[in-house]
Write a protein that binds this ligand. Structure first.
Ligand code: APR
Ligand code: ZN
Ligand code: ZN
Length: 361
């Protein structure tokens, strides 16, 4: 029997989101119904609303969530009713070429939530990023649920489901930051700050935060940045070189997604360093570089998707580190809000006023 719950729906391109009654069916084979306890507001939800991702309206928004498994379908062994879980948007198949080569974060055949939830009139909903968790309950693939220590606050745990994982993973998984490394992070929003926290966790000796907004640089310090550079006031490439003995950083993380910051990241690394690209550019953006510079600089240039994370490995570990006081995830929760506040939260996010607004249910 389908259950009626409230959910935040984007009805059409650029239309304001609405809280609607939605129908959540019983879990089928391989599925789970999760009672959502918290779900963060991410830029990607806004992009769905604006039409930047797909035209498959209506969308059920929300994808940075934690909650308790209510029921599971046939054959589910990963989780059981009552488990406290963080949801992920890459339930890997375990069988494709990427999975078999040991790089499941590139899985070609992710098994995320299917389109089974509907509006009260039967209209099919598209769950954002295969989750749809701005809702009292949601139906997901069991592989999207990862059990973590239930003593963590749901608002904090949910953040690991997207932006915070992307940033921490960019530093520790993609960038491979190690003890004593110098790290520069360009762009200190939620993702960049998480990269700073990740670099700090990994034992980086110097963490240089770069942004155009002094308020962001102040917050970056509380996340573990040891130096800050306002790139409106000084050339960040020069500043990073100066702060690293003239060499450039061992790992540079770009968390903006613009041509000029991609360029800065490219030139701010040590010759043997690594550039990690997390910021997502738009399709029309281009970057021109002298080929001799591309050839002449060693090291590597990597992009990081979802922090190259393995949810079953990374989510419980990061929750444990947080509970031990070694990873200040609570600092990412700027405010807790209700389902009806999502539209207003988009506005605040757009103005750069918050790291994360988190819907708490
Ligand atoms: N140089 C340095 N920093 C900049 C610049 C610039 N030219 N332009 C913007 N910024 C800073 C902003 O001041 C802000 O602090 O980049 C930060 C971007 O942060 P948010 O808008 O909060 O975005 P966030 O959620 O952190 O995501 C950053 O990562 O995963 C991707 O899609 C995401 O592309 C986005 C990026
Ligand atoms: Zn796969
Ligand atoms: Zn997201």
């Amino acid at each position: 029997m389908a259950q009626e719950v409230r959910g935040v729906v984007a009805p059409g391109r650029n239309e304001p989101v609405r809280v609607e009654t939605i129908l959540v069916p019983d879990p089928g084979p391989g599925e789970a119904v999760v009672k959502v306890q918290a779900c963060g507001v991410c830029h990607t939800d806004l992009h769905y609303k604006q039409g930047g991702i797909s035209d498959d309206y209506p969308f059920l928004l929300g994808h940075e969530a934690a909650g308790v498994v209510e029921s599971v379908g046939e054959g589910v062994t990963e989780v059981a009713p009552g488990d406290f879980v963080v949801l992920n948007w890459r339930a890997v198949c375990g069988r494709c070429r990427a999975c078999l080569r040991g790089r499941p974060w590139y899985c070609f055949d992710t098994h995320n939530a299917r389109q089974r939830m509907t509006l009260a009139d039967g209209t099919e909903l598209s769950p954002a990023l295969g989750i749809g968790a701005f809702a009292e309950k949601t139906l997901v693939a069991a592989g999207q649920c990862t059990k973590v220590d239930p003593s963590v606050s749901p608002a904090v745990a949910g953040l690991l489901g997207c932006g915070v994982m992307a940033g921490i993973g960019a530093a520790i998984n993609t960038g491979g930051v190690g003890r004593g490394d110098s790290v520069a992070v360009i762009g200190c929003g939620g993702v960049g700050d998480a990269a700073i926290a990740g670099a700090n966790l990994a034992g980086a000796a110097r963490i240089i935060a770069v942004d155009i907004d002094d308020r962001k640089l102040e917050t970056a310090r509380t996340m573990g940045a040891t130096h800050t550079v306002n790139s409106k006031e000084s050339d960040p490439v020069e500043a990073i070189r100066e702060l690293t003995g003239g060499f450039g950083a061992d790992v540079v993380i770009e968390a903006v997604g613009r041509p000029e910051t991609y360029r800065q990241a490219f030139y701010a690394r040590d010759l043997a360093g690594t550039v990690v690209l997390v910021g997502v550019p738009t399709p029309e953006m281009k970057l021109e570089l002298p080929l001799l510079d591309v050839f002449g600089r060693g090291g590597s240039l990597k992009s990081s998707w979802y922090g190259d994370c393995l949810p079953s490995r990374d989510f419980p570990m990061l929750v444990d580190l947080h509970l031990q006081g070694r990873l200040p995830l609570e600092k990412f929760v700027t405010e807790t809000i209700e389902l009806t506040d999502v539209e207003a939260a988009f506005e605040r996010m757009h103005h750069g006023d918050v790291l994360r607004s988190v819907v708490v249910l």
